[in-house]
Design a protein around this ligand. Sequence first.
Ligand code: KG4
Ligand code: ZN
Length: 338
Amino acid sequence: MSDRRLILAVETSCDDTCAAVLTRDGEIRANVISSQGIHDRYGGVVPEIASRHHLELIDAAVADALRQAETSLPELDLVAVTRGPGLVAALLVGLSSAKALAAAHRLPLAAVDHLHGHVAASFIGDAPLPPPFVSLVASGGHTFVARVEDHGPGYAVLGQTLDDAAGEAFDKGARLLGLGYPGGPALERLAADGDPEAFAFPTAARVRGLDFSFAGVKTALLYAVRDLGSEAPARRADLAASYQRAIVESLATRAARALEHTGLHRLAIGGGVAANGALRARLGELGAQLDVPPRALCTDNAAMIASAARFTPALEYPRYLDLDVYASGELPRCASPR
Ligand code: KG4
Ligand code: ZN
């Protein structure tokens, strides 16, 4: 029997102010994402500015989501919110709003882990993916590969980045090539005109097992730009294409190892980097069934938080009132193959 009860979710862990309404059985009724844009001029997200903008935008985002879903607060069954990891001042805006909304109507509150949210994005949308599957999450803040046995909240992290996140590597590389923030989409556009074989950038092949490292490729790009000197501007497309290829290879190698290690044949990707066409094409060659949620579910959004909330124990009023946020969390890691 279908379950049409409604969840309102709020997500403010970074620079997008998000609110969504989802039914208990995973139908998206509204998925509002208000991107702040303002950070482009600083070349990255400024936490204090992000939180100030969340404060200005959160009420409108929630109101829009409720309106689009043709519902209202008293009709809700549950309020969900991202508790961490993320920017503390930004998370606090979402958590405080969610507590207030839930408390005013004596609703239960589910405090969701942002990374469980990225994994749970695959449980909703037009073609929900049933577990078990391998999940590769690559965003501006996180990069990990996990075995997803069930809907959670637990999942087994097989490998994660030892330094930068994949999106961060795209952003830093883009900055070295004189592109704006966020760098991933701009770098991908530039790479379309370049030769991915022009420069042999490292793919962290020596990092064993399923962990990722992007510090080496970033340094290699820095040196290549420096060594090219006045020639560098003319080689920007080749540099971008080769750099993108190295990051994609690094991600694809670990995804392939995770599929082999788990014996699973389904691969889901999530996080902002999942929008990258070269990555999608490369992962498509691995021979697994590839699940790429639509872009609005890959980048930060509240529908994925509502999705995860369906599988996260909720707290009844007033037990959630003293909940706090967390900036970073321990991933539920399991023994990684070496
Ligand atoms: O998941 P997301 O929206 O926010 C975080 O949780 O970080 O991911 C944003 C990241 C940024 O680093 C951005 O440069 C990267 O995703 N990104 C891309 C592309 N689109 C977004 N990276 C590579 N290629 C893209 N097309
Ligand atoms: Zn994210």
